[in-house]
Design a protein. Structure first.
Length: 264
């Protein structure tokens, strides 16, 4: 819960940084007139910017950035909903599995694992496939099977949060592409045969597009990277707890078999 709260806090901080750009001044017409006057001054130019203006003046490169921002928000919501203990190793399932393992009832344990589609159930079921009813348990082969399936399930979790890291890597590159494109527009305007006023306008338009796309890429990449770091710690915690829970079931099953080979 602490990491989820930190993730929401970081996301709220960066959302608050963009609040002045969302055109909040439109709620009060009198305030809008005041801001328009202040925006004419160099020191208050930022108040005249809105998110719509940035997207519009940033050119076509801003649209992939907008798509990446929605993708990042969707991934964060998905991770908050899915990276939870009750969806990965439910405590109720672990308790029932431990009870069945203590009684040595492998058939009940198999049925319990088949009824649950959680990663923990798949790990325990892979270990049970190495066990034969009425025969001693080879703890080493069972543990190897559990470790292999555990690594596979942990890999799925790591791959899931990798997409957020990909967004944080791609966004600044797309912003850099917009920067290069804007500078190309600026220099092509300087090389053209238009008059000096039009050259200045073209230069200002190209430079502003370059800055807007760079700004957009960084605004997406920074919180995405920060949130990925938090979710990475969350996955570490969940995987460690899942491995511990599955090993506890295996130890109980081994201890319940009188003729089992158990070497902890």
């Amino acid at each position: 819960m602490k990491k989820i709260a930190l993730a929401l806090l970081v996301f709220s901080i960066f959302s608050g940084m963009l609040y002045p750009l969302l055109g909040a001044d439109r709620e009060n017409p009198a305030a809008s007139d005041t801001v328009a006057v202040v925006a004419a001054e160099p020191t208050g130019a930022l108040e005249g910017l809105t998110l719509r203006q940035i997207v519009s003046d940033g050119g076509i490169v801003m649209y992939p950035l907008v798509g990446l921002s929605f993708l990042a928000v969707g991934l964060v919501i998905l991770y908050l909903l899915t990276l939870r203990e009750k969806l990965i190793y439910p405590k109720a399932f672990i308790r029932e599995a431990q009870d069945a393992a203590e009684m040595g009832d492998m058939e009940a344990l198999r049925e319990l694992c088949l009824e649950n589609a959680t990663p923990a159930a798949k790990i325990i079921h892979s270990a049970l496939e190495q066990c034969v009813q009425g025969q001693p348990i080879d703890y080493n082969s069972v543990q190897d099977a559990m470790e292999d399936e555990g690594n596979r399930q942990a890999g799925y979790l790591w791959q899931r949060i990798q997409y957020l890291l990909d967004v944080s890597t791609i966004a600044p590159m797309v912003g850099l592409l917009g920067t290069v494109w804007g500078m190309m527009i600026s220099f092509s305007g300087l090389e053209s045969g238009v008059n000096l006023i039009n050259k200045a306008d073209t230069l200002a338009s190209g430079v502003s597009q370059a800055m807007y796309t760079t700004f957009g890429g960084l605004v997406i990449a920074i919180p995405s990277m920060a949130l990925y770091t938090l979710f990475r710690g969350r996955v570490n915690t969940v995987v460690s707890a899942m491995e511990s829970a599955c090993n506890s079931v295996l130890r109980r099953l081994a201890n319940s078999r009188k003729n089992s080979v158990f070497t902890p």
